[in-house]
Ligand binder design. Sequence first.
Ligand SMILES: Nc1ncnc2c1ncn2[C@@H]1O[C@H](COP(=O)(O)OP(=O)(O)O)[C@@H](O)[C@H]1O
Ligand SMILES: [Mg+2]
Length: 267
Amino acid sequence: MLDTPFSISPNPATLFLTPSLKSAIHKVRYTIDKRQGLTCLLGDAGMGKSSVLRLLYGSYESQDGVTTAFLPDAEFTTPYAFVRSICQEFDISPRRSLHDQKNAFKDFIVSQAEIGNNVVLLLDEAQGLDTSMLEIVRSFLNYESNRAKLLQIVMAGQLELRNRLKLPANKALKSRIIMYSLLDPLSLSETKAMLAHRCEMSEMEVPFSDEIIARIYDAAGGVPREMLRLCATAFELMQVTEQKAISLYTLEQMLVAEAQSLDTDSQ
Ligand SMILES: Nc1ncnc2c1ncn2[C@@H]1O[C@H](COP(=O)(O)OP(=O)(O)O)[C@@H](O)[C@H]1O
Ligand SMILES: [Mg+2]
């Protein structure tokens, strides 16, 4: 059971699989299972990218014949730090230089291939990778047999990543991306189903009327994290005031108060 139905942590168990998410997951699985190399998951902040990566990580980690690593952020100062962090996730010991570290990684991938293992690297917040790091990602895709890539890479990132890939310097990497998935905002009916799913997991009824949900949907532009955040605040307000429902008037006041406090924060 969930402690709070409107939690905004990237817990894959709380995901409601919309057609857009299902299709994205399907494309990533295809790329990994068919050993096609690189796939990209793109979307604005709060659209569910990290949750999807965690879902995939959980399922591949427990699968025989697959060795998986997940890097949750991409705050690396140098290409060497980037490769060393990847190696660390695969339990490969640190080496003294970028060159040696890359070789150690290559040896690892080849030895995994020899025992029939598919190696999967999940990179979150990939919009944080600079051109030299993206070039390293590209070089990893050269590890291949006649039939398949030895390393499968999933990059998840905000739309900035797509712009970065369009730069001439990153053309070679862009051309190697097998499939893109773009996570769209939810529709209103998907939002209702998502909230119903979340509340069901917490063994409670959805505490909002359709009118309230529609207003939250509009205010948050269909972005799941933002909608859940507003739901959490509204639900909290109901509990504090011991009300069974929230009125549209109270919700409007809450939205105004939020907007004002955001203005104050940014000053
Ligand atoms: N389809 C969905 N169903 C339920 N919750 C969702 C859905 N999409 C996103 N969320 C929730 O929104 C929050 C933000 O998701 P997250 O994966 O961190 O997004 P991103 O990595 O794209 O910023 C998480 O709590 C996540 O569970
Ligand atoms: Mg994220």
